[in-house]
Design a protein around this ligand. Structure first.
Ligand SMILES: Cc1ncc(COP(=O)(O)O)c(C=O)c1O
Length: 385
């Protein structure tokens, strides 16, 4: 034991309710919010210190340099045993979603198809649709993992004509928490090459592995050289309000990334870059304590649901702090998220915006205290009484 306390047990409900971010301000006070991907944790001390130092110095100008990418390369080497993250093939971007938009602009044109594995993080539909690309779904299998027959069929369809199709891979997958294996990712790369599809991988949840799971960076597998990846410290250290992320190109995508307009790199917050860099460089012990707490929370949720809501199917995920709950057997009239909110006063994400395969599911955010998870399940059960 290194003595680092579980960050998920540090804040009281009263402290959390003083927050002004989306998680805590979207619903009335009597609603317990376990929805949007914010964590109920204090900042990791090395991150807080880096921000304090920047403020003390007035170091609040524009971002410069490659410190974030260097810290990420080091983290990738230590945590994932991957030495292939070349700093010269990286760029800072304002956040992961805007990074995805910029990468898709580099490899596809207006109206081109972008394949996603539904059910998937809803902004994939919004951002890709708003940039004038056409979202095409390749639904996951019933096990929440990539269905390669479906994916190949969709790749075959989207490469027709003059289209420059792309595949927006979510790795690990939000909401199912599936961690794609090296073999699966190599299959993705092979299929993408066969059908002329460019792969953009969203790897924002990569540091958030459950015990026993190992993250494999997409760009580390054979054949993935034309791929582009987006990484960020924002999910694992709760830094969404401190905007920054890194785009990484495989060796055969370096020329594409070199076409990224310079002004995109003006978008990240300099203080954000400082915070993310400190997290990756010095936030390892804090992350480990968080991951242990999340393992405990997954077990707790499984136990609570088995006792109070046995008809809800829950498979503890290999990654992320999200729980994807299959509520279809409850046979509710309408969306389960609406029932839990209106009758139980607990806010979860509805599965519907996650696309095909999402109806009848809810997504619960486990990055909170065991007490609040217990209270959430109590409220969910009460909603059905
Ligand atoms: C898969 C995925 N991508 C991107 C984001 C958002 O990242 P950012 O705030 O850096 O755009 C999230 C947030 O939860 C996410 O789950």
């Amino acid at each position: 034991m290194d003595g680092m306390p579980n960050p998920l047990r540090r804040l009281t409900l009263e402290q959390l309710r003083r927050r002004t971010s989306m998680k805590w301000r979207t619903y009335p006070e009597d609603v317990l919010p376990l929805w949007v991907a914010e964590m109920d944790v204090p900042l990791a001390e090395p991150v807080a210190q880096a921000i304090r130092d920047a403020v003390a110095l007035g170091d609040t100008g524009y971002p410069a340099g490659t410190a974030y990418a260097e810290a990420l390369a080091d983290f990738a080497s230590k945590r994932w045993d991957w030495d292939g993250l070349a700093v010269e093939r990286t760029a800072i971007v304002p956040d992961v979603m805007l990074g995805i938009v910029e990468m898709l602009k580099l490899v596809s044109g207006p109206g081109d198809p972008v394949v996603v594995n539904s059910p998937v993080y809803p902004p994939f539909y919004q951002f890709v649709g708003n940039m004038g690309r056409q979202v095409v779904e390749a639904e996951l299998g019933a096990d929440g993992r990539i269905d390669f027959e479906v994916l190949e069929d969709v790749f075959g369809r989207v490469r027709k004509g003059t289209a420059r199709p792309a595949y927006l891979l979510c790795s690990p997958h939000n909401p199912t928490g599936a961690v794609h294996s090296a073999a699966e990712l190599a299959d993705v790369a092979a299929l993408a090459r066969t059908y002329g599809v460019r792969v953009v991988a969203d790897e924002i949840h990569a540091p958030l592995m459950a015990a026993g799971a190992t993250f494999v960076p997409y760009l580390s597998v054979p054949g993935a050289g034309t791929g582009l990846s987006l990484m960020s410290a924002s999910k694992a250290w709760n830094l969404a309000g401190l905007k920054a992320a890194v785009a990484v190109a495989g060796p055969d995508a370096a020329d594409d990334l070199a076409r990224l307009p310079e002004e995109v790199g003006h978008g990240p917050s300099h203080v954000g870059v400082i915070a993310h860099t400190a997290a990756l460089r010095d936030g390892g012990a804090w992350l480990d304590a968080l991951l242990t707490g999340l393992d405990d929370n997954r077990r707790l949720l499984a136990q609570l649901l088995a006792e109070a809501l046995p008809a809800v199917r829950y498979e503890p995920a290999q990654a992320t702090y999200l729980a994807w709950l299959d509520c279809r057997a409850l046979d509710l009239r309408g969306d389960p998220a609406d029932v839990f909110l209106e009758r139980g006063r607990v806010a979860l994400n509805s599965g519907v915006p996650f696309g095909t395969g999402g109806a009848g599911f809810v997504r619960l955010n486990l990055a909170t205290s065991p007490e609040l998870i217990t209270e959430a399940v109590r409220r969910m059960a009460a909603a059905l009484d």
